[in-house]
Design a protein around this ligand. Structure first.
Ligand SMILES: [Zn+2]
Length: 236
């Protein structure tokens, strides 16, 4: 049976399973689900109280379960036939064996040949290499498109694996971009390109800076939000 307890300002729903056992067992499941096994005959209000007392702990346990799950998903996306997002479109990963690493994006697939297609770290490295090259190519293209409109020319342009940043602009006007942007829908990459180009005028996030961004991309807020909401989906 499902029960609800209120702990502070939180509402905890849990599934109670009454069974033949001597003690109470608390279990955290994915997406905030809680399961409680309790000895048959134990009073409901006592069980509720125990859940309430452990509210923090149960929520922490749930978060840990979710973290572990998303980590696992992150750790196993690269077998033959699994998919990866490229420019906002799911592509099938095709792995084959070959003497040296080669890769290309073709017909909705990411085709990779490599000496050890069964070795996860090698596959991952190959994907990263192929997609980083594609990201750099695409970013240069978009910089060429937007730089004259913005009226600034960037210095050196590089691709970086950055954990928390999508792009950055140095004091010297060099721009760095996260290769994972190539997984996002194209307007997201455009937004980051425009954002960094506008830093060549305004080295801050002032209203003046945002109005420059808006001049180039009136709907930029949509893609800025998209990036924030989907940051976790752009992984390898
Ligand atoms: Zn910025």
């Amino acid at each position: 049976m499902n029960r609800i307890v209120i702990a502070g300002n939180r509402r905890l729903e849990y599934t109670l399973i009454q069974t033949v056992r001597a003690s109470v067992l608390f279990q955290a499941l994915p997406e905030g689900a809680i399961r409680v096994y309790a000895p048959r005959g134990m009073r409901l209000r006592d069980i509720d109280r125990m859940v309430r007392e452990r509210a923090d702990q149960l929520l922490q346990m749930g978060k840990a379960v979710d973290r572990k799950l998303s980590e696992d998903r992150r750790n196993h996306p690269v077998s033959d036939g699994s998919t990866i997002m490229i420019e906002g479109v799911p592509h099938v990963i095709r792995l084959s064996r070959a003497g040296r690493v080669r890769g290309e994006v073709r017909d909705g697939a990411l085709c990779l040949s490599l000496p050890k297609p069964e070795d996860d770290p090698s596959v991952r490295a190959a994907i990263r290499a192929v997609l980083s090259a594609r990201a750099l190519e695409r970013i240069r293209e978009r910089l060429d498109h937007y730089a004259p409109k913005v009226g600034r020319t960037p210095g050196r342009v590089a691709i970086r694996e950055q954990k928390t940043r999508w792009g950055s602009c140095s004091g010297k006007g060099n721009l760095n971009f996260n290769w994972k942007l190539i997984m996002a829908p194209p307007p997201v990459l455009d937004y980051v390109v425009i954002h960094e180009l506008c830093h060549l005028w305004e080295f801050n996030h002032s209203p003046k800076f945002w109005s420059l961004v808006e001049q180039q991309m009136p709907e930029y807020k949509v893609w800025k939000k998209w990036l924030k909401a989907h940051a976790e989906d752009l992984y390898l």
